[in-house]
Design a protein around this ligand. Structure first.
Ligand code: DOR
Length: 427
């Protein structure tokens, strides 16, 4: 039995065209006009819709093991599938940390059990993410870890980061940095600037990000090992990456949906829903990050999906944890916020992050006969608003309530199987 997708517009790295797609045994078997189907085939009518390679999220917090009250691998990967993602890189700030083969294998197995999207665990750069001792990169790479990060924190010690890059350069892996010089951000709850002075809240200066962006670019120049810069939020960070790329350095970067759409003024509500790390910045920063995505300086859109329980987010700003959920709204925010073609947006959500995560043998592939069938079908013109209670994520801390979104996922196909259809998860 096969699955046929009819009447859609296909977008992949080779361009855009109208064609039907037939899928069987986990692979695309035929692409063309009026593809014939058999009687028992499932058929998706993709009229007015885009059919693209499945999205790949470089930055998802799934919380399991350790904080299953906020999210589990099953609920998080269901949210991912509903957002059109066929693969997510699971961040390592779990409890215990993803710093050993045992924990990494546990996360992968839970993902396989849920069968909603491909869960690729990252490994932490340092044991317990404490910034002191490197994890066994080679051992973790042997069990399939391709991306290492201490996300939630940056590696503060430049000597340790240099050693990490030297170690990584002999392996087929990428180090990803959460850029924050912590000596400059102690106690901070929002962006340091005019708005924060008015509100009388402690500020997180743009410089705390930019110093580490600059340091890591120079470490790439020294070691030749690639660095991926996570959730860039400031105009100057974008400029630094642009210059590094012009110098031919192996630097890649991502931006989140919230940093291309929301500003620090939202903190005037004193609601912790808007507290995130790095913080929401000014409109000038938002414009610069959008510009970075549009000219390719920033390679990927990554969600930084960070579920937190209502109890934790209802605390005062200084006590509440930073973070926002984002998997189910990423596409809608991206299309509504960016002055980019659909093909460029899909590239920033699919084949470009697939390459950074080194999973482009299975994800972000061209839609052609013989390729793995990891696909997303979305309606780019669908306007909608998010209803927190309807999110599949176990936590509902979305900052996008009341924000008009554009573009919604209809179907997600993982290894040839429909896991989301008509906007509903089938598992
Ligand atoms: O806002 C954030 N939340 N930023 C991070 O770096 C970590 C994340 C989390 O784990 O909640």
């Amino acid at each position: 039995m096969s699955l046929v997708i009819r009447n859609g517009t296909l977008i992949d790295e080779s361009g855009e065209r109208a064609a039907d797609v037939r899928i069987a045994d986990g692979r695309v078997v035929e692409v063309g006009a009026d593809v014939a189907g058999d009687d028992g085939d499932d058929v998706i009518d993709a009229t007015e819709c885009v059919v693209s390679p499945g999205f790949v999220d470089l930055h998802t917090h799934l919380r399991e093991p350790g904080r299953e009250e906020a999210e589990t691998i099953e609920t998080g990967s269901r949210a991912a599938a509903l957002g059109g993602f066929t693969a997510v890189v699971a961040m390592p700030n779990t409890d215990p940390t993803q710093d050993s083969v045992e924990v990494v294998e546990f996360v992968r197995r839970q993902g396989e059990r849920a069968r909603l999207c491909d869960v690729r665990p990252s490994g932490s750069i340092t044991i317990g993410r404490s910034g002191e001792q490197l994890t066994p990169f080679a051992e973790l790479a042997d069990v399939g870890v391709t991306l290492f990060t201490d996300d939630g924190n940056g590696v503060q010690d430049p000597q340790l980061m240099r050693r990490a890059l030297e170690y990584a350069s002999g392996l087929d892996v990428t180090l990803a940095q959460h850029c924050e010089v912590e000596a400059l951000t102690a106690g901070a709850v929002m962006h340091e600037g005019e708005c924060c002075s008015h509100l009388g809240l402690p500020g997180w200066p743009a410089l705390a990000e930019e110093l580490m962006v600059h340091r890591d670019i120079e470490l790439v120049r020294l070691t030749g090992a690639p660095v991926h810069l996570l959730h860039l939020s400031t105009a100057r960070s974008v400029e630094l990456v642009r210059a590094a790329k012009a110098d031919g350095l192996a630097v890649t970067a991502e931006a989140t949906p919230h940093h291309i759409s929301l500003t620090d003024e939202l903190l005037a509500s004193y609601q912790a829903l808007y507290k995130v790390n790095p913080p929401l910045r000014t409109m000038a920063d938002v414009d610069a990050v959008r510009g970075g995505l549009a000219d390719g300086t920033i390679d990927a859109i990554a969600t930084d999906h960070a579920p937190h329980t209502p109890e934790s987010k209802e605390q005062p700003l200084d006590a509440a944890p930073p973070g926002m959920v984002g998997l189910e709204t990423a596409l809608g925010v991206a299309i509504a916020s960016l002055d980019m073609s659909l093909s460029e947006i899909v590239g920033a959500m699919s084949w470009r992050p697939a390459r950074i995560a080194r999973i482009d043998d299975e994800h972000g592939r061209p839609i052609a006969a013989g390729e793995p069938a990891n696909l997303t079908v979305f309606d780019p013109g669908h306007r909608w608003e998010v209803v927190p209670a309807e999110l599949a994520s176990k936590s509902h801390n979305t900052p996008f309530v009341g924000v008009p979104l554009e573009g919604r996922v209809r179907s997600t196909i993982l290894r040839g199987e429909l896991v989301v259809n008509d906007g509903r998860a089938l598992r």
